[in-house]
Design a protein around this ligand. Sequence first.
Ligand SMILES: [Zn+2]
Length: 439
Amino acid sequence: MKGLTNVRIYDFHKYEKRGYVLFTDTIIESGPMEAFGEARKKHALADGDIMDGKGRLLTPGLVLGHTHIYSTFARGMALPFNPEDFQQILEQLWWKMDGSLDREQTYWSGMCSALGYMKHGVTTVIDHHASGKDIKGTLAELKRSVVTESGLRGMFCFETSDRFDIPSCIEENMSFFDEEAQGVCSAHFGMHASMTLSDDTLKKISGRLGGRPIHIHVAESAMDGEDSRRKYGTGIIKRLDKFGLLTPDSLIVHGIFLEEEEMDILAERKCSMVLNPLSNMNNGVGFPDYPALKKHGIKCFIGNDGLGTAVANEWQALLFGTHYKYGDPRVFDLGDLHTMIVNSYEYASRRLGIKLGRIEKDYAADMILIDETNFTPMNENNALGHLVFGSAFALRPSHTWCRGELKLAEYEHTFPTDNIYEKSREASSRLWKDLGAPL
Ligand SMILES: [Zn+2]
């Protein structure tokens, strides 16, 4: 058992001005420093097992609601790029790239992404994977890199798309449900988007799904809905629903262009929505309409769509961007953001079968320590404001624990990383060469 003392604790539910935590892979107890002496005696903690948090802020590790680890090796890659619309962004960059990825590159993408998550305080990752050269076994590579070897928690699926061999996509998704591991790894059935999935494919998926949750991009650009109405005479949500694909806990990603009736269906089917504001801004496709999603009772949380390995910057983007979109700062407040953060913990807890998101007894010991000193009064009512308008500008915890293990200490990984970066450079160079990108 380990102990952490002299920390300000904020877990999106309560604030402790000067507290302690005792933990293994699970939190054993937490409380005010006044009670620490007694607790230490009770558990016979040795000096070497106790770390002084020096007044830093302790919060639960963060959940990244939607990402693409496959995009890791796009950093700095220069391919000819002159897209006229969203379809061309996919064709000129992402589909070229994911179409060329193999198992080994997938593994190293996972390894160096995991290093980034630790640095940014993310301890649970929900990934949406695609790799064209190898489909079979790639989800197991992600699990191996992110969960088994890096010690984080993850949910993985393969983006079924008519661009790929459909039976292979279906088999990869279905067989990965057998790889689910209580508390650390779970699966979705992955689908790219309505516009890359024929009715024939949806029917095949429907026949195998058996009530499992899907993970799909929906209405990321206006084109997705237009495509569905033109080809199938109905909007995306009704189309998916017709095939029985909107199962409980399904992740609907983006949802920028949805009609009121479609939002009602999503709420009724108990699907969750993941918003990725910076990616939407980057692609120039539009911006999420959180007030509308909230009005229709859809549970939302936040992802980054593969744009880096952080999530706290996306909190800010959604807050500021929604104010900008509406021309009114009252339409989205810290209470809304709080709801979304709590939603992410509740979702991940349910899917993984573990308690995440609080610093208290029986919750997982996924924690981050943030070296941000408050110079204005801090209490349980304004702690989130301190986090969002202080640390979130570049949230880099000094320490990250996942499953009770210290992954980052004083901003440094607690294990050698040179080999991971070196192998990743080799794997990405091979990818770039295949794509004809200048090295
Ligand atoms: Zn995405």
